[in-house]
Design a protein around this ligand. Sequence first.
Ligand code: SAM
Length: 189
Amino acid sequence: MHGEPEVAVLRLAHRPGRDDRMTTHVGLTARALGADRVIYPDNADQSRRTVEDITGRFGGPFTVELTDSPAGVVRNWDGVVVHLTMYGERVQDVEADIRDAHDGEPLLVVVGSEKVPFDVYERADYNVAVTNQPHSEVAGLAVFLDRLFEGRELDREWTDADRTVVPTETGKRVVPTDEAGDVPDGSTD
Ligand code: SAM
């Protein structure tokens, strides 16, 4: 988040067709919950375009990159590597250590899709489980980022949005961002 060491999310692999929505949602979740960028395998260009489109409309800063070597990104990361896996240590046991390690150091959060090569487990500074039960990379990422930021990401400010959602008790309210400051929360005018 702004003013803090970078948090990047790496989608380790992408199976076109089967993973399309999940890969897009990894990026949207990374963006919404405080990461600074997502890195996709280079066969996930459609997901890149979708996440960039959302960032253009709802704000950033957030960047999307493609790589021809996700494994190389992990291997060469100059900072802390967290790999999310159901086989790892419990997030509630290691989150404080990870925050300390991330103090001044960029953090890479790695999520898989198909079977994750063992090198990733070995290179990771932390293999982290959000419960030791199988579920989803999107759910694991959301809980991990919220734990990492201790909820601060929920209050982050967005820049360069052309529209802003006004929280309302019922219904949907979206206004041009330059008018959003004039609208009280919950207004139904
Ligand atoms: N079958 C694959 C394997 O054995 O590595 C994993 C498939 S899983 C649907 C896809 C990704 O979701 C995993 O690579 C991991 O990043 C994430 N994931 C699933 N369950 C998780 C859990 N309990 N904690 C953290 N991450 C999890």
